[in-house]
Design a binder for this molecule. Structure first.
Ligand SMILES: Cc1cc2nc3c(=O)[nH]c(=O)nc-3n(C[C@H](O)[C@H](O)[C@H](O)COP(=O)(O)O)c2cc1C
Length: 347
């Protein structure tokens, strides 16, 4: 069965799940055009996740995917968290504030309990994808038994092979160009592989369908990935500027005004690519201490950003974007999907 048949879609285009940015309306607009819509639910509570799923189901009869974070949870390390908080105390001071005395694990992993698994089983999405790792074997089996297609992101070949071995249905090959968090989960050193090279490598060694993700902004680039053997493409950054995304005004402006990105771990504790702002320019100095673990560092970053925004400084926002953000177009989501299809067919 082809990937299009598996996912029940007309076009080999997936909206990237984007926690905090994707919305039911955006997902539905993409699904209604025959591509696969997505809800990034990694940062949601159970109630708000259910609400988003139900809203999307009401807006489209077509398939869409849910997405969750599957990281290995790190135990609370008070010493490391305190060191990181103290390091950023001077930045908090600029806004008349103090850093938090305790950092919280703001995002539990899908693996930590079965609440989100049960949510999937109850709401029966077409597909569920995972970032930062692979679910437990019993969780995969339950999703399979329910007829739900599973996807996991890989940033290198070893991860792709582990995903195949675990019985997952589809590999998302996430290249170094990708906006947002790297899904990396099994390497000490990041090989920083380009999307095109990763697709070629994984297709050579794995028989699973591969979705190319990272730096794809138009149909020509999408077609080039299909020509390399990708079964579909997944685009995140290209959709952030759509009216129905949840991106705020400062984020949208930064995408146009400062289209230069870099990867930093300072915001969340995990490497992620975004528009260069205070984090990359000021905090990522060679003498900075080790960043607190994910997601504890993210707790601090969100609090610092909130104080900064109150004082009119948007430079601590997490403006996730891929390296090709300079090619972003301001289109409605349905028009963007249609445009991508036309460009793919004529290249
Ligand atoms: C704003 C934003 C948020 C993202 N959030 C998630 C997420 O919650 N889960 C996930 O699996 N991937 C997430 N990603 C990564 C995407 O799945 C995908 O790998 C990436 O967008 C592809 O690169 P591109 O942005 O250049 O298209 C995010 C990407 C962006 C731009």
């Amino acid at each position: 069965m082809s990937l299009l048949e598996q996912l029940g879609i007309k076009h080999p285009i997936l909206l990237a799940p984007m926690a905090g940015v994707s919305t039911p309306l955006l997902a539905a607009e993409v699904s209604n055009q025959g591509a696969l819509g997505a809800l990034g639910l990694g940062a949601n509570t159970l109630d708000s996740a259910l609400q988003q799923i139900q809203e999307t189901q009401a807006l489209t009869p077509h398939p869409f995917q849910l997405n969750f974070f599957c990281h290995e949870s790190t135990a609370l390390n008070t010493e490391s968290n305190t060191l990181w908080s103290q390091h950023l105390a001077a930045e908090f001071k600029k806004f008349g504030a103090n850093p938090p005395t305790e950092l919280k694990c703001i995002y539990p992993s899908f693996k930590d309990n079965d609440d989100f698994l049960n949510l999937c089983l109850d709401t029966q999405p077409k597909a569920v994808s995972f970032h930062f790792g692979i679910p437990h074997q019993y969780q995969i089996q339950k999703l399979k038994q329910a007829g739900i297609i599973t996807l996991v992101s890989a940033t290198n070949l070893a991860e792709a092979l582990a995903i195949e071995e675990a019985g997952i249905d589809i590999i998302v090959a996430q290249g170094i160009e990708a906006g947002g968090h790297r899904g990396i989960f099994n390497a000490q050193i990041d090989g920083a592989i380009k999307t095109s090279d990763l697709v070629t490598l994984i297709k050579k060694h794995s028989s699973l369908p591969v979705v190319a993700a990272g730096g794809i902004m138009n149909g020509q680039q999408a077609k080039a990935m299909l020509n390399l053997g990708a079964d579909a493409v997944q685009l995140g950054t290209a959709f952030v500027q759509c009216k129905t995304s949840n991106a705020n005004v400062a984020y949208r402006k930064a995408l146009f005004d400062h289209p230069l990105t870099q990867i930093t771990s300072s915001i969340s504790g995990r490497p992620a690519r975004g528009i260069i702002n205070h984090w990359q320019a000021r905090i990522d100095q060679p003498d900075r201490p080790h960043v607190a673990a994910y997601p504890y560092a993210y707790d601090l970053a969100k609090q610092l950003n909130a104080f900064a925004v109150q004082h009119g400084d948007t430079g601590f926002g997490a403006f996730w974007a891929g390296s090709n953000v300079g090619q972003i177009r301001e289109l409605e989501a349905q028009d963007l999907v249609n445009q991508l299809v036309v460009e793919m067919n004529h290249s």
